[in-house]
Ligand binder design. Structure first.
Ligand SMILES: NC(=O)c1ccc[n+]([C@@H]2O[C@H](COP(=O)([O-])OP(=O)(O)OC[C@H]3O[C@@H](n4cnc5c(N)ncnc54)[C@H](O)[C@@H]3O)[C@@H](O)[C@H]2O)c1
Ligand SMILES: N[C@H](C(=O)O)[C@H](O)COP(=O)(O)O
Length: 343
């Protein structure tokens, strides 16, 4: 892995071409909300996205390498082709070719990030069933990026300006998620979250660890994972000098951590025991504000917190705010890395 220059551009992958990914990327460029960034995509898909949003003044500038970016005139959307679909896919439908094209772009962006040519990767949403239809054996970006980057352990964080949560397990059934609540997984999640927090300027984060069961098991009445597994993992983290506390009742810990002008949060981060425990509180605060961050990769990767929104694809109505927030977060984290942070 070569270290990128602090001024290296962002690579934005186009996402699933049947979803809203290409059009929110185009919208963010049209509105001047993405600078020093290039799209890793399919040229015709990105031209269609420009038409979808009615952006008559947004030419697609095709570039062959990242180094060509400074020569792109202002007001254009730079696209580095990483794939070429034989035909444009229909909007709003699962399509194996679309899944394969989305995958090609993520793979290329990963190569560029590992080579230090781009400073961070921002991924527009993909459809997991389209990915599977294309025969790609990863449930989502997180697992795919972990494999392609050769990262030993990664975790998903969802964040907005009021809450940050890091998950013990990601894209698995609830049954398997419960099995994944082990001493080692909980402790490792706390460690990764603690280490990564320096990237966004919190070198000593106050970490709350949620329980698994209602009321964190209520002293063992409703399950004993808190007593057998989670509590000891919190103690082990504390013995390592990490400010971890808990386990706390999952239904109230987010309310306590939420940081607003009227209510300063009691914690900087919440460790969630499984996907929905962590993602519901953040998404509920607004799909336009959340950012998904992969912790533990050798480069920065962020994404909007929403999916492909097949119900809106092609309408030009999708909101690009979460993508823009993801790009802003990527720049902040890349600066944290340039300053010596890891995570
Ligand atoms: N970053 C990612 O790649 C990512 C993130 C989440 C979900 N997904 C995938 O996306 C697919 C569809 O998931 P889903 O239907 O559960 O969730 P979704 O986020 O695509 O849609 C949920 C609802 O939110 C609305 N919505 C989403 N994004 C919006 C936007 N930018 N502007 C306005 N409204 C928006 C949709 O119209 C829909 O009503 C699934 O395959 C899922 O796994 C991918
Ligand atoms: N769990 C994520 C969410 O709901 O926001 C989403 O599936 C994206 O996951 P990847 O970043 O791994 O594709």
């Amino acid at each position: 892995m070569s270290a990128p220059s602090p001024h290296a551009p962002l690579a934005i992958t186009m996402g699933d071409p049947a979803g809203i990914g290409p059009e929110i990327v185009a919208k963010a460029f049209r509105d001047g909300r993405l600078d020093a960034a290039l799209v890793i995509g399919d040229i015709e898909v990105m031209r269609r996205a420009v038409r979808c949003i009615g952006a008559t003044m947004l030419p697609v500038a095709v570039i062959e390498r990242v180094a060509d970016l400074p020569r792109v005139p202002p007001g254009c959307m730079p696209v580095l082709p990483a794939t070429q679909l034989p035909a444009l896919p229909a909007f709003g439908a699962i399509d194996a070719a679309a899944g394969a094209a989305a995958h090609d772009c993520i793979r290329r962006a990963t190569e560029l990030a590992l080579a230090g040519e781009v400073g961070a990767v921002v991924t527009a949403p993909i459809h997991k069933e389209a990915l599977a239809a294309a025969g790609i054996g990863f449930p989502g970006h997180t697992e795919m990026l972990q494999a392609y980057a050769g990262a030993p352990e990664v975790r998903m964080m969802l964040a907005n300006d009021e809450l940050k949560t890091v998950l013990v397990s990601i894209h698995v059934s609830l049954r398997r998620a419960i099995e994944a609540v082990t001493f080692e997984n909980v402790l490792q999640t706390v460690r990764i979250a603690h280490r990564s927090a320096a990237l966004w300027g919190q070198p000593k984060p106050r970490i709350a660890v949620a329980g698994l069961n209602p009321h964190a098991g209520e002293g063992g009445l409703f399950g004993d994972e808190e007593l057998r597994i989670i509590g000891p993992a919190v103690e082990a983290a504390r013995a390592e000098g990490i400010d971890a506390r808990g386990p706390f009742a999952p239904d109230t810990v987010y309310m306590r951590a939420r940081d607003t002008a009227d209510h300063p949060g009691e914690f900087d981060l919440v460790i969630a025991m499984y996907h929905d425990q962590g993602l519901i509180p953040v998404k509920y605060l607004g799909v336009e504000r959340g950012v998904n961050v992969t912790l533990g990769l050798p480069f920065v990767r962020t994404s909007p917190d929403h999916g492909t929104a097949f119900d809106l694809a092609g309408s030009g109505r999708a909101d690009a705010s979460s993508l823009v927030a993801a790009a802003e977060m990527a720049r902040r984290l890349a600066a944290g890395r340039a300053a010596g942070g890891t995570g």
